[in-house]
Design a binder for this molecule. Structure first.
Ligand code: NDP
Length: 252
């Protein structure tokens, strides 16, 4: 039996990395998907691959900071598939890195706006749809950064990801009585375009530094993190809510 058979899901940040891997995995587990990010071409290629493999997905491109996108994603899930059971609010950016005293206010704002306000806007419109179905699962992508370790130069990013944890805890308490589970996934260093190890000026020493943070002495693949996301949105985790789940290879 497929673990997401009959489920309808929204995934943001699906054009690459963790969201892309989650879309492939959730679709292979039977979910009908609305996938989103800003880059239409990448989304179209993703949908084509999912459909080729017998899955079902629709691409809706847009910016998670745009309230109309949040509304449109939910309306698409309802109109095209009949409702919403799962939302994986995963889109995020790292933003420019550097000492806080040198940071531009606009950069601080952009990181908080995308990572935290974007998650808020998504949830704001997803929750009524989940309530209509009498339950469901909300998942947010947070990070080990700012939770397990403080990383120099990443204060805006860490603040945004810690903010997600606070919001998630409150939502879990608000929505538990309605059968809606709310959790956060905290990946460790994952080999995606957003990783600081893939920044244009990152040398081998950056990769070695990040790998060494993990007990497993390597970074995760997006597919490994997607497996943890699948667990949290599926019925395998039916009694888990309000949890910040580390998938971090033992960062200390
Ligand atoms: P990627 O850069 O591969 O993916 C980020 C995704 O977010 C892309 O699909 C991007 O699509 C989308 N996105 C970014 N900004 C916006 C926006 N304003 N509106 C809509 N979509 C947006 O990186 P990851 O897969 O690594 O990142 C996924 C999540 O995992 C992020 O929240 C990140 O913070 C988190 N994370 C990553 C870690 C890592 O080491 N890689 C570690 C811990 C957490 P597009 O550009 O097409 O809009």
């Amino acid at each position: 039996m497929k673990r997401l058979a009959g489920k309808i899901a929204i995934i943001t940040g699906a054009s690459s990395g963790i969201g892309h891997a989650a879309a492939r995995l959730f679709a292979s587990e039977g979910a009908q998907l609305v996938v989103s990010a800003r880059r239409q071409n990448e989304l179209d290629a993703l949908v084509e691959a999912i459909v080729r493999e017998g899955g079902s997905a629709i691409a809706v491109a847009g910016d998670v900071c745009d309230e109309r996108l949040a509304q449109h994603l939910v309306a698409t899930a309802q109109e095209r598939f009949g409702g919403l059971d799962i939302a994986f609010n995963n889109a995020g950016i790292v933003g420019p890195m550097g000492p806080l005293q040198d940071m531009q206010s606009s950069d601080w704002h952009d990181v908080l706006h995308t990572n935290l306000n974007g998650a808020f806007l998504g949830a704001k419109y997803q929750i009524p749809a989940l309530l209509q179905r009498g339950g469901g699962s909300l998942l947010f992508t947070s990070s080990f950064v700012g939770h397990t370790v403080g990383m120099p130069g990443m204060s805006a990013y860490a603040a945004s990801k810690a903010g997600i944890l606070g919001m998630m805890k409150c939502l879990a308490a608000e929505l538990g009585p309605n059968g809606i589970r709310v959790n956060a996934l905290l990946p460790g260093g994952t080999d995606t375009p957003a990783s600081i190890t893939n920044a244009p000026n990152a040398g081998p020493e950056v990769l070695a530094f990040v790998e060494n943070l993990h007990a497993l002495k390597r970074m995760a693949t997006p597919e490994e993190i997607a497996q943890a996301a699948l667990y949290l949105v599926s019925e395998d985790s039916n009694f888990i809510t309000g949890t910040a789940m580390l998938a971090d290879g033992g960062v200390s």
